[in-house]
Design a protein. Structure first.
Length: 201
């Protein structure tokens, strides 16, 4: 897999980031981890993946988070931290086993002192995201706009809270790709080429 050992992909909702990660991993001949990270963290903590999502949404709610900061660190905030700690341990363990592609879950930040990692951000136009939301995710057209905003905010908040970095800033990443312009296959090939042609610092 070249000198870069891991690829960490953050992505806008319905930008095709998961498909790009999977395809890049196929080209590179390495495993890809996406939603499996949440499942593995849930198993490690002895809870369900749905419970993890509930805790995340609860803690990332601005009003509730403000109250928790005023009233003390509640059970939900503690669980949020436990989830991130579990995911950090899992992602670190995966990267130490060998080359891989990891989608989401702040993997680029987690692996910054673990192994050389290519940090990638996938974005797309509103039009292509809407088309993918309707055709691939079965979201009603009238609900797409609110769903895109809500999921982008959730991903951004999760990343920003845990890393103290800006999820949507290009300065956070090594590479930013527009999947609506380049397409899934080209984005995957660009990532794979970057890995295969990387050199030691």
């Amino acid at each position: 897999m070249g000198k870069i050992n891991a690829v960490a992909i953050e992505r806008q909702y319905c930008s095709g980031g998961s498909a790009i990660g999977k395809r890049a991993a196929e080209i590179l001949g390495v495993p890809c981890y996406d939603r499996e990270i949440v499942d593995m963290a849930a198993e490690k903590l002895g809870i369900s993946p749905d419970e993890i999502r509930k805790f995340e949404e609860s803690v990332l709610n601005p009003i509730k988070s403000h109250l928790q900061l005023r009233l003390g660190r509640g059970d939900e905030l503690n669980m949020f931290e436990k989830v991130f700690a579990a995911e950090t341990e899992i992602i670190t363990g995966i990267a130490k086993k060998g080359p891989c592609v990891i989608v989401g879950r702040c993997a680029g930040y987690i692996l910054k002192n673990v192994t050389r990692t290519l940090k990638v951000y996938i974005c797309a136009s509103s039009e292509s995201r809407t088309e993918r939301a309707v055709n691939e995710h079965g979201i009603a057209y009238e609900d797409v706009d609110s769903r895109l905003r809500r999921y982008d905010k959730k991903r951004g908040d999760y990343f920003n809270v845990n890393t103290r970095m800006n999820w949507s800033s290009m300065l956070t990443y090594d590479m930013c790709l527009n999947s609506s312009t380049l397409g899934i296959e080209t984005c995957a090939k660009i990532i794979a080429d970057a890995v295969n042609h990387s050199c030691c610092k």
